[in-house]
Design a protein around this ligand. Structure first.
Ligand code: HPA
Length: 277
């Protein structure tokens, strides 16, 4: 079935005042950002006609629509992954919905494993590029995609300004997308690192690709919740991922809030050429 996104958008628009603005997708354990919104309207995914459900621990499965420091925001608390059995079309459905709703900036967040010993868990990392390491179509070496139209140069610049203003340390690196649901082997992590990857995770890249199709300027940020397999001599667990996400949540919220404020203050225009958004 090919669900009608217009009907879904109508359903959301009927219940909220959101007509245009920024969308945020929250990764595992990062859902508390949505509690900052004023006048929130919570729409469980299950209430939206034909909308899929999210099945992962740490993902609640709802939109929260409201304002952050006066700025309109739609927040997805919970996303869809391939490892839940969803196809590309379903995983990227939220982006098509955002497009219909008038979203003009997208901030994607995730939990990811750090592949760099010098960057321990607890750090936040701006995604300046990505590699599709799913090998869904064969054994060709993954390519690294940076800049326009996937990673808005102006939003990256703006995020660095925001991080300075709220004094939150921010790394920058390349995100490798894998299918999961199992964590990687140490050999896979060595390979991704040799290709130039810095972090590894099971989401985000399909959403970035879909947003690029709609020319929605996008910023992606990882919370490095654990060392990737084999970096240290300790098994990794989903509990560790959620624990670290919880530990960094106050700096994560401060950074994200400042980014939303700067976007709405038109800071990107000053950061550079509008055409490159
Ligand atoms: N690998 C894949 N996905 C992840 C990881 C990881 O180490 N940490 C959080 N999501």
């Amino acid at each position: 079935m090919n669900p009608d996104v217009s009907l879904m958008a109508e359903f959301v628009a009927d219940q909220t005042a959101f007509r245009e603005g920024t969308a945020v997708i929250l990764g595992s354990g990062l859902g508390s950002f949505a509690d900052q919104l004023t006048d929130p309207v919570v729409i469980p995914y299950g209430d939206i006609p034909h909308y899929p459900r999210s099945t992962v621990a740490g993902h609640s499965g709802e939109f929260v629509v409201g304002r952050l420091r006066g700025n309109p925001l739609i927040v997805a608390r919970g996303r869809f992954h391939f490892y839940e059995g969803y196809d590309y079309h379903t995983v990227t459905l939220p982006i098509r919905l955002f497009h219909k709703l008038g979203v003009n900036r997208l901030i994607i967040t995730n939990a990811a494993g750090s592949m760099r010993p010098e960057t321990p868990p607890g750090n936040l990392m701006l995604i300046k590029g990505h590699m599709d390491c799913t090998f869904r179509y064969g054994i060709e070496l993954p390519r690294c995609f940076t800049g326009h139209p996937f990673h808005s140069p102006n939003l990256l610049k703006l995020a660095k300004t925001a991080a300075e203003r709220v004094a939150v340390p921010l790394k920058e690196g390349i995100y490798c997308w894998v299918l999961g649901p199992a964590y990687e082997t140490p050999a896979e992590i060595d390979f991704f690192r040799e290709l130039g990857g810095d972090a590894v995770g099971m989401s985000t890249v399909p959403e970035i690709q879909a947003a690029a199709e709609f020319a929605i300027p996008t910023l992606a940020i990882s919370t490095l919740t654990n060392y990737a397999a084999g970096i240290i001599d300790k098994p990794l667990t989903h509990e560790e991922v959620l624990e670290t996400a919880d530990r960094v949540k106050s700096s994560f919220i401060r950074l994200l809030t400042e980014i939303v404020v700067l976007i709405n203050a038109g800071e990107e225009c000053r950061a550079g050429n509008q055409d490159l958004l």
